[in-house]
Design a protein around this ligand. Structure first.
Ligand code: IMP
Ligand code: MG
Length: 205
């Protein structure tokens, strides 16, 4: 039988969070407002939401439910070559779109715009496929980290230069299921888990 006086079995993800940056209520409000804006801006247009896996999954499903227009959803997964923390901007498509976007109004849905290099590559690739328009909708942006000037047409929150997790964003693939966006306790970066980076090829998620 479960003893309620004992600590919960297993590892409570929330114990690893130093502080919450964006609450789940704030995310819900921002998503609802964004859905209203998109419903106006894309009225009468053939809209396709493109989610960049895996980080954008929570945001794209909530956002899609807030848009009161017919739309389709498609997904892309990319890997970026880089020797260090920074993405290099040289990107390989791991999973391409299932459908053509020719003549359609494309909205790329991203979890976070950091250096902007991955998004820049994705936008260039999509532009070659003759869509009617391409815009970007991001949950978060860290302007201090930007290395290439990418247009973020729709943005929910600007955040400082902290490594964040939750609501789709991961650290070593964990923490995506937290319902808010938070900053990890610094100790978790140093020991015993290595910092979130370094590999010859990382999936940009
Ligand atoms: P960029 O090419 O540097 O803009 O890389 C963007 C990608 O890096 C995002 O889509 C995220 O998957 C990942 N990323 C950037 N900053 C963070 C963070 O603070 N936490 C988790 N993932 C991040
Ligand atoms: Mg991403």
């Amino acid at each position: 039988m479960l003893d309620l006086d004992e600590p919960a079995p297993g590892h409570d993800l929330r114990d690893d969070i130093d502080h919450i940056l964006v609450t789940s209520e704030e995310i819900q409000e921002a998503t609802a407002r964004m859905g209203d804006r998109l419903s106006q801006d894309y009225a009468g247009k053939e809209l396709v939401l493109i989610g960049v896996l895996k980080g954008a999954i929570m945001f794209i499903v909530d956002l899609a439910r807030a848009v009161r227009l017919p739309l389709t959803m498609d997904f892309m997964a990319v890997a970026s070559y880089g020797a260090s923390t920074e993405t290099s901007g040289i990107v390989r498509i791991l999973k391409d779109l299932d459908s053509t976007i020719e003549g359609k109004h494309v909205l790329v849905v991203e979890d976070i715009i950091d250096s902007g290099l991955t998004l820049n590559y994705i936008l260039e690739t999509l532009q070659t496929r003759n869509p009617a328009s391409v815009r970007v909708c991001a949950l978060l942006s860290k302007p201090a980290r930007r290395r290439v000037d990418v247009p973020v047409d729709y943005l929910c929150f600007e955040i400082p230069d902290d490594f964040v997790v939750g609501y789709g964003l991961d650290f070593n693939q964990i923490y995506r299921n937290l319902p808010f966006v938070g900053v990890l306790k610094p100790a978790l970066y140093q020991n015993p888990t290595p910092a979130p980076e370094p590999v010859a090829e990382t999936q940009a998620e």
